[in-house]
Design a protein. Sequence first.
Length: 357
Amino acid sequence: MVNTLSHFGIGLLIASLAGLEGRRKKIILLLAILPDFDFITSLLFKLIDGSLDHQMHNSLFYLLEHREFMHSFLFIFLAILTIHYYEKNLKFTSIAAISIFSHFYLDYATSWKMRPFFPFNNISSIMGSISFFDPIVTAISFIPICFVLLDRYREGKKDKENEKAEPNTRLKKIKKYSIQNRAGIYRSLAIVLVLWCILTPLSKSLLVEHISETEGNVISYQNSYPISTGKFVSAYSYNQTHYKIMEFTYLSGIKRYMFIPKISTGQDEDFQHYRESSEKLYRSSLPREIDYPVYNVSGNAKFITVSLTDARTPYTPYWAYFKSNYVFIFNRDNDDYTAYVKRQTEEEMRLPNNYFG
């Protein structure tokens, strides 16, 4: 799975291939996980958010939230520039650049949108060519970690037993043989990883193009999300009233599909007004993770409730990214509203007033 531990494993692979040890190896490992340190800034943002106005809320969201500024090209450039300023070694700077870029690329290749060109462009995007639980990336990233743990175990065992019965010359031969083979394994892992990172976005492009031809409609590349290895979920506007959502794979093409109404409402003439109001509010907020909005409007004589979800949710019941449900409750008398969100949980969280413009 692509998480901080797997990023650490890739950094370990890069440092090992470069033959780094000591302080410089630690720097490479730090850079491999550095973008995920934005969980600290995200926590700080949540602590001060209640005292911010809407404009400041949005500005600091871009800077402090997870997978925002610290997952952008500008942050990568600044980190590399800092390393080069202090190390003054072009070769080491290049290795450092590969390490931090590996984090960016693997996150961008999975299932969560980022804003890579912030602050020059605030549009979020994703490549989405491999799943979060991709077995190739998982295996490649965890093998170097396993090697390190194995070395620590052997060293500890050696210290305990003192290896008195084992001649030093034989131990040296075993150690040399292990190092020689490990270097070959690391090279092979690196080659497989690079090929996988190149081929998966290309193969996804061909698959999406094939599905587009089959449907006679343009299917969005970046809005086709990997939900498991080789399996994607996507959608498009079928007509004025419905989306068509699909699950497709490399082997079977379109595996299943269904039609989702864009708007579900009762007969009240005012419902359209409240739906448009909720849409306007949502568009003023961040992170705007819903690509294909589905509105459900209901109400009584006093209150109108508007629920907003993504059309692809029925095919992603266990996928965290799509588990966002916004609820707006409007008072008919004065149009005041209260907003809630369910995000990756079943519990509703009330959103502060500064969340919407």
